[in-house]
Design a binder for this molecule. Structure first.
Ligand SMILES: [Fe+2]
Ligand SMILES: [Fe+2]
Length: 216
């Protein structure tokens, strides 16, 4: 069984049991996985490109532990109280426990799921790891996770523009997120935006003959 097949089997199974959780966990997971894989593929700090499949799979599954969080907490439109926050903060551990029962799960995938809420300054959870003691794959997915969440609409917040999301990432660099990776990520986002602008210009540029007729 490949990782892709495993992902499909797991997602289909959960979709039947918990459709509301599925929409949250897998649409966010899918978006995070695309960003994390593209970024990791272009990041010079990642030497072993063979782990791209693991990064993509781990990013897709990073929030599966939320299947064990009550709907009232997961979709609460207000700020969570202390008890609710504690329950929510258990989701990386729950996720790692769910994965432990599945085949094909590598240490990198488990690291991503278990440590995607660790902070660079040690203030995160579940283990309070800091700096480079946080696995690299987890630090990469943490950035993709935050960026994807900022760019999406949530019950408690609007969708942020690319510029606003980039500003927030910059503010988080060095406290929550790895500052060197954020620097690389912002360059990656900038290049991607420039590429999209060029593609859109090409798409909307009138054929040369038409321009000449309009000018004449
Ligand atoms: Fe999470
Ligand atoms: Fe997430």
């Amino acid at each position: 069984m490949t990782l892709q097949n495993l992902l499909l089997a797991f997602a289909t199974f959960r979709q039947r049991l918990q459709p509301e959780w599925y929409a949250h966990v897998h649409s966010h997971g899918h978006a995070t996985a695309r960003v994390a894989r593209c970024f990791a593929a272009r990041c010079a700090r990642i030497k072993h490109k063979s782990s791209l499949d693991e990064i993509e799979f781990g990013a897709h599954m990073h929030d599966i532990g939320k299947y064990l969080v009550a709907k009232e907490i997961l979709f609460k439109p207000d700020v969570l109280d202390e008890e609710e926050r504690l329950i929510m903060s258990e989701h990386p551990k729950h996720g790692a426990e769910i994965l432990a029962d599945l085949p094909q799960i590598t240490p990198t995938i488990t690291d991503i799921v278990l440590h995607h809420h660790e902070h660079w300054d040690g203030s995160g959870y579940p283990e309070g790891l800091a700096g480079h003691s946080i696995p690299l794959a987890s630090r990469i997915v943490a950035i993709a996770d935050v960026y994807t969440a900022l760019r999406a609409h949530r019950v408690y917040k609007p969708e942020y523009t690319r510029n606003n999301a980039s500003t927030i990432l910059r503010e988080m660099a060095g406290n929550e997120l790895d500052p060197d990776l954020v620097h690389d990520f912002l360059r990656f986002i900038g290049r991607r935006a420039a590429g999209e602008r060029r593609a859109s210009l090409r798409l909307h540029r009138p054929p040369l003959g038409l321009t000449a007729r309009r000018l004449s």
